[in-house]
Design a protein around this ligand. Structure first.
Ligand SMILES: [Zn+2]
Length: 65
């Protein structure tokens, strides 16, 4: 069973991985450094322009309840 490893900033699909996988990669779209460890997606390093995208994303989620 594979999990989708998606960028938390731009939601690009980076890989499909098992629960046991440990991967670190840079998103080709927004350059956010992201790692995947045993089913958990962790943002390691984020560009300033990407922080704005996250803020926009979070505010959308709040509006949706
Ligand atoms: Zn991205």
């Amino acid at each position: 069973m594979l999990n989708e490893f998606r960028c938390k900033v731009c939601n690009r699909l980076l890989a499909k991985l098992t629960d046991e996988s440990v991967v670190e990669t840079k998103c080709p779209r927004c350059k956010t450094l992201t790692s995947y460890e045993k089913g958990e997606i962790i943002v390691r390093e984020i560009k300033n322009e990407s922080i704005e995208r996250i803020r926009n994303f979070n505010s959308r989620r709040e509006e949706n309840g």
